[in-house]
Ligand binder design. Structure first.
Ligand code: FAD
Ligand code: N01
Length: 540
């Protein structure tokens, strides 16, 4: 009998599969490839009209990865990693999308994906121990396993600003950008939001628009990327060492120069020298200059002061420079941004910065944005206002587990998971890069691969033992939630009103959602639990 005999009967023709996967981004595609290799039947549902996930939706000008291209890519196929040629140090959105499409073609993945179809409900049928899913196209299917590859940053969010619906100009969200692009030439454009998306889009939009007005609620820290063409010899060298690089990445996520020194243990001169050296190299490597920056506020103040000094030296108007200096959160406690000429953009005559802390937006009218007595007439408004992160895409689906328990009710006080992978009461439902896993705090492709491997191994384990289901135990889940909270509370992360905490969504429970441990630590925890016969899970 094959390992997977116990999962039968399935009847794909009648809409019954071994595995249903929601989402066709990096996670869904890899999961599909993995379960296919195991000989299982699978169907992927994707709301978009093609593969790519984030990189399909985020086509705004300036959209780019801030993990180096050679690292932000799959490791599961050595042929793939050798044959694909990256052109830039940090790939722009079109190049990443080309890569993902290449993966879909190379592994013939599209034939198992249903596009333009959003999963609306997912219900666990206790009688058959199968998940029943219904889509917005009234498609009804079932799966023994249901894998949520629906994305941590896929549920876009427009701002709750009175009158937004009355605006007669064009409104865009960075995460749902028109495929055909937008011509901002000769237009007065407003941007709301200065997170990673806004900070990438603003310099590009400033070059296109006649006038650009940036509405900033919270000033953010940004580091120059110093993006450049990837030299063929650098790429070749890296590829020849891919095996070693990937092994290290499985422990640390992205390969940065991690320091074993504390910022407060070196002289001011040594510290400044190190910050400058890393600033000159660019990117997120900067925040790893010392090992106490994310746990000691005094240490963090030194790096934050360094960046504020850079902002003041770059931005010519001292009032604008002041507005751009972040003062209300330690550096790195909101996702650090990486830019191409962001602060320099405010020296352009066609760019105006409005500080919403001083003059909040009071309304949007047909003609523009109003901040008290000031009106900013606009032809187009770009909302770089982010996402209902980590939980949004899941809670947008009506998911019901045992006894009709709804995920919305279960997570009313915040997400509860065991390892970020499963939640008690929802058997055979796996979540990729969910709350309670390192998720958005690491190179996400590395996180996704670890989850896909764990889930694949778990399904094999069940099949080999002719087991029907796996489910997180309540007690193990409770311990995990406490463990994740305790880990976050040892850091400075909870000091920021960030989307990591759900602070960007009015009424969302304030729970620090990702797990701050290094991916290697987390990987070991997941492996140990699996090797201990899935300790803390209930197997039937
Ligand atoms: P996604 O790519 O979000 O894919 C999820 C898919 O599920 C989407 O296509 C969505 O349409 C679909 N879906 C959701 N709900 C449903 C439903 N109910 N029915 C059907 N389909 C559904 N991470 C990094 O590590 N480094 C970076 O530099 C980086 N840059 C980023 C830049 C931007 C602009 C954004 C938004 C995110 C970035 N990320 C980055 C994080 C990014 O989310 C991950 O790197 C990765 O792309 C996530 O892949 P995924 O497959 O898990 O999710
Ligand atoms: O979203 P965000 P994002 N009125 O939530 C403001 C990844 N990513 O799309 O900070 C006025 O970070 C909000 O203000 P405040 C990355 O993980 C990566 O930019 O809440 N303003 C904030 O300034 C990133 O962290 C890249 O006060 C309002 C902004 O909108 C994540 O995706 C690129 C408002 C939202 O920032 C999300 O980034 C892009 C309101 N009502 C994205 N509501 C890379 O480069 C919200 N804001 C890797």
């Amino acid at each position: 009998m094959s390992d997977f005999q116990s999962l039968k009967p399935i009847n794909a023709a009648a809409g019954a599969y071994d595995v249903i996967i929601i989402g066709a981004g990096f996670a869904g595609l890899h999961m599909l490839h993995r379960v296919r290799a195991m000989g299982l039947t699978a169907r992927v549902f994707e709301a978009a009209d093609d593969v790519g996930g984030v990189w399909h939706w985020n086509r705004y000008p300036g959209a780019r990865c801030d993990v180096e291209s050679l690292q932000y890519s799959y490791s599961f196929s050595s042929e793939l990693e050798q044959e694909w040629v990256w052109t830039e140090k940090y790939a722009a959105q079109p190049e990443i999308l080309r890569y993902i499409k290449h993966v879909a073609e190379r592994f013939d993945l599209r034939r198992d994906i249903t596009f333009n179809t959003r999963v609306a409900t997912a219900t666990f049928d206790e009688g058959t121990a199968r998940w029943q899913l219904v889509t917005d196209t009234h498609n009804s299917v079932s799966g023994r396993f249901c894998v949520m590859a629906s994305g941590s940053l896929s549920a876009t969010r427009l701002p709750d600003i009175p009158g937004l619906e009355n605006f007669s100009g064009e409104i865009y969200h960075t995460g749902a950008w028109p495929h055909e692009g937008v011509d901002f030439g000769g237009k007065r454009v407003g941007v709301i939001g200065t997170g990673s998306s806004g900070i990438q889009a603003i310099p590009a939009l400033a070059k296109q628009a006649e006038k650009l007005v940036v509405f900033q609620r919270t000033a953010n820290f940004s580091i120059p990327g110093w993006n450049e063409a990837l030299k063929p010899e650098v790429q070749q060298q890296w590829k020849s060492e891919y095996h070693e690089h990937r092994s290290r990445a499985r422990q640390v996520g992205t390969l940065y120069e991690f320091s074993d020194k504390a910022a407060l243990q070196v002289t001011d001169e040594q510290r400044t020298h190190e910050y400058q050296r890393r600033w000159d190299k660019g990117g997120v490597n900067f925040v790893h200059a010392f090992n106490d920056l994310m746990v000691d506020k005094n240490a963090n103040d030194t790096i934050a002061d360094f960046v504020r000094g850079k902002i003041r030296r770059t931005v010519e108007d001292p009032t604008v420079a002041d507005m751009l200096c972040p003062i209300d959160h330690p550096l790195g406690t909101k996702r650090i941004c990486v830019d191409t000429g962001y602060y320099e953009t405010y020296n352009r005559p066609n760019v105006k910065l409005v500080d919403l802390k001083q003059t909040p937006i009071t309304a949007v009218s047909a003609t523009g944005v109003h901040c008290g007595a000031s009106e900013y007439p606009l032809d187009a408004l770009v909302c770089a206002t982010g996402y209902d992160a980590l939980t949004g895409a899941l809670l947008n689906i009506d998911i019901r587990g045992r006894n009709g328990l709804s995920l919305v009710d279960k997570w009313a006080a915040g997400p509860r998971t065991y390892l970020g992978l499963m939640t008690a009461g929802f058997p055979n439902m796996f979540i990729i890069t969910g709350a309670g896993s390192p998720s958005v705090l690491v190179n996400m492709v590395v996180g996704i691969e670890q989850h896909v491997e764990w889930i694949g191994d778990c399904i094999s384990y069940l099949a080999q033992r002719e087991l029907t289901s796996i489910e997180a135990g309540e007690e193990a889940e409770q311990h995990w939630v406490e463990h994740v909270n305790a880990a976050a509370n040892k850091t400075l992360f909870p000091l920021a009103n960030s989307w990591f905490l759900g602070a960007n969504i009015p009424g969302k429970p304030r729970v620090f959602m990702p797990y701050v441990a290094k991916i290697g630590v987390y990987r070991k925890e997941c492996t140990d639990i699996a090797e201990d016969d899935y300790r803390g899970f209930i197997l039937t």
